[in-house]
Design a protein around this ligand. Structure first.
Ligand SMILES: [Zn+2]
Length: 82
């Protein structure tokens, strides 16, 4: 079963709990719907796209589809790579 990573949409972390303030991982079937809320506190969360799930072609696919790749520079600090 694939692992999906989620993180609170609240970048400040004020509304997020310990669980979703940083990334958390959820085992989900490919067919199951994405989480929209933290299972612990109910804060809105977003799915993170990991290189792991997409494999080596991720960067190309992401650029083609207009996504931005966020590179984790430090704890809680993300920088756009493109
Ligand atoms: Zn939470």
């Amino acid at each position: 079963m694939p692992i999906y990573e989620y993180r609170s949409k609240d970048r400040t972390g004020e509304k997020a709990c310990e669980h979703c303030r940083n990334r958390f991982e959820v085992f989900q079937k490919m067919s199951s719907e994405s989480l929209t809320e933290c299972p612990k506190c109910g804060a809105p969360v977003e799915k993170l796209i990991s290189n792991f799930s997409f494999g080596m072609g991720f960067d190309v696919k992401a650029k083609d589809s207009g996504l931005h790749k966020l590179v984790r520079k430090d704890k809680g600090v993300y920088e756009k790579e493109y």
